[in-house]
Write a protein that binds this ligand. Sequence first.
Ligand SMILES: *Cc1c(COP(=O)(O)O)cnc(C)c1O
Length: 405
Amino acid sequence: MHIYDLHASGLSPETIVVAAGRPERAHDEPVNPPIVLSSTYFGTGSLGNGDRGYGRYSNPTWDPFEEALANLEGASLPGLLYASGLAAVSSALSLVPAGGVVVMPSHSYAGSLVMATELAEKGFLELRTVDITDTDAVKALISPTNGKKADLLWLESPTNPMLGIADIRALTDAAHAVDAIVVTDNTFSTPLVQQPLSLGSDVVLHSVTKYLSGHSDVILGALVTSNPVLRATLLHHRTIHGGIAGPFEAWLALRGLRTLALRIQRSQASAATLAERLSTHPRVETIRYPGLPTDPGHERAKDQMKGFGSILCIQIAGDQHRSGAEIADELVRALQLWLPATSLGGVESLIERRRRHTAEPLSVPENLVRLSVGIENVKDLWSDLEQALMSLDTSRERAPFIPSV
Ligand SMILES: *Cc1c(COP(=O)(O)O)cnc(C)c1O
């Protein structure tokens, strides 16, 4: 069955992650696609569109992942794999005409913001950043301001790391009213939780490094669109700028994708439990998790997502001796099961204070700690958090961390 037949068949996403991208069923052929390690392909006639030709144009190992991702996002054309999420960001920003206007969340992923800011400083584009949760403010920046309307609206929802929720449908409609292209970074949600194309976005972006691969052993990115003109432009950019995926990474990504549904199911449930417990802990000054009914993005997230994701952020309260940021660093060091490391979306739970990165926007609070909840037993994750939080209280005995077997 071809992937687009799978799509039409109405199979659920939990099945598609397992079934998509399989080779043809022929006797004694492998059930998994092989890794093709070749920089070039036989050919004697003239090279046409869609011919493989050379390893920078295409590789058979990319195809199953690109088809599977398109299927999951509900796209009618195969996705495009890139060397990294940021290579995909670079390609997506190439859709902006010279001097064009880009509207971007002020709390976008830091790398996306740095790239757009540097392009703006060189005069290649005009960048307008905005609180993406403020629908009216975004609409104002999309419409002609100083005589120029937006050419591209960049959405990220939930945002990294502030977990702001954008009204994707309303903002996409506003952007389309002025003929702006909408790109949505769907890294935090994955297509199992949110499908931006169905909410009107033109292009969906993924850091495949995160949930889609899921094992913190791959750097990859992807774009997905149903618009043939946009796809051709993006494909040309990938070919000419060369931000292509290695075959082994592409193969690992498809292997990781097979368990996406199970991983998301587990990590989302654990994130909800941990968010609830952390929200009443005295060391936690504020918590951001769209699944909490008190979260400002809760209602919007409920409307456009099938769950609330597996990332949560807490701000750590300071005391008379130490700042919240210092205590946050102590918390990260005191953990024994959670891994102190950047990134997110892997099977293992990761934690970090975001402002340890100098590129992080200054509007991200110094004492903000981001937690990427993995697939470990939630009891163990909580025990470790509890002992580490308790250890911050110098007046108390440090509780031993006893992992349950
Ligand atoms: C990590 C990340 C990126 C960048 O992806 P890389 O694979 O690290 O290049 C882009 N957007 C979001 C939301 C991310 O978390």
